[in-house]
Design a protein around this ligand. Structure first.
Ligand code: SF4
Ligand code: SF4
Length: 311
């Protein structure tokens, strides 16, 4: 049955499939609240196309990442694959509970998800039983957690997204991978245009939201020279030096309308997940990724506008 599940998932867009026993999860883990009789957690990993990052790398098109690597994957491709796996399991008389990340709910009361509009997020009780997706992916053997908190896989580095199926079918677990990709190089931290990741690898979600959405004008081809004209610290914001609070972040985000959002409250990523791209380039240069390409991802120096253009 395990082989059948892997074959079905892989013939329906999943790239990596891994299995964890429910015993690997803490007894207070949300998986037991979602499905008390869960025996196996199946992890489905999907590559984010390397070519989708091209538009940000070149500074040309940005919506391809948001629509094709976030919105369509999360809302269409990944749920479809999970449902097909669930149908196969239920055809065999077991229960299958699909688990995709709901981008608009979160446990923390005063946090946000950079990928969606901050005012479209439902906080608190609605999300208390949402799985920890990176933790579950590691338990399923899909990859390891990097310094920045991203899931790193042998095949695609951080260019991956995942969803899960909980089932009462007992299936052999895969081994968790011992961490071997992240060497704590810190390139993810340095690459962030808004200094949203601390030296310890903690991501400040509001700082990330502001710069994910493009507040750094030196990395945003669509920002007009007079952007944030009502802000006293506008040059700090535009250069990526500003430190935001949840309140100031909301104000800044209300003044970012340089690029159209996608559907389902998804915001356009102007940073293009520079943290993940820097990590990918680093792992590619080290030659540790198993999925090889004929040309390197970065072929010339990174572009950047001058802060002088906004003075
Ligand atoms: S960029 Fe370096 S430190 Fe950051 S997650 Fe990747 S390997 Fe780890
Ligand atoms: S590079 Fe983008 S996604 Fe990564 S932490 Fe910075 S703002 Fe957030």
């Amino acid at each position: 049955m395990k082989e059948k599940i892997i074959a079905l998932a892989k013939s329906n867009c999943a790239d990596i499939v891994g299995f964890a026993s429910a015993d690997q999860f803490d007894k207070n883990d949300p998986v037991f609240k979602i499905f008390p009789n869960v025996k196996t957690v199946i992890g489905l990993g999907f590559r984010v196309l390397r070519g989708i990052y091209r538009g940000t790398e070149e500074g040309t098109t940005y919506y391809q990442y948001t629509t094709m690597a976030v919105e369509n994957m999360e809302e269409t491709i990944m749920p479809m694959t999970a449902l097909k796996v669930c149908n196969l399991i239920e055809e065999n008389g077991y229960i299958a509970v699909p688990q995709r990340r709901h981008q608009q709910i979160m446990r923390e009361e005063n946090s946000t998800n950079p990928e969606v509009a901050y005012d479209a997020v439902y906080r608190g009780k609605a999300a208390e039983n949402q799985m920890n997706f990176v933790d579950a992916a590691v338990k399923c053997g899909l990859g390891e957690k990097g310094l920045s908190g991203a899931l790193l896989t042998d095949e695609f580095g951080p260019f991956v997204r995942c969803c899960f199926v909980l089932t009462d079918m007992e299936l052999e677990a895969d081994e968790e991978k011992s961490p071997h990709l992240c060497d704590k190089c810190g390139k993810c931290i340095k690459a962030c245009p808004g200094r949203a990741i601390s030296e310890e690898g903690e991501v400040d979600p509001w700082q990330c939201a502001v710069y994910y959405n493009g507040a750094n004008g030196t990395k945003n081809p669509f920002m007009p020279p007079d952007a944030f004209s009502d802000f006293e610290n506008r040059l700090e914001i535009i250069s990526g030096e500003a430190r935001v609070t949840p309140e100031t972040a909301r104000k800044i985000l209300d003044n970012i309308f340089f690029y159209p959002p996608a559907q389902h409250a998804y915001q356009c990523s102007i940073c293009g997940r520079a943290c993940d791209t820097a990590c990918y380039i680093h792992l590619e240069e080290k030659g540790v990724l198993t999925k090889k390409f004929k040309t390197p991802f970065r072929t010339r120096d990174e572009w950047k506008f001058s802060i002088e253009d906004f003075k």
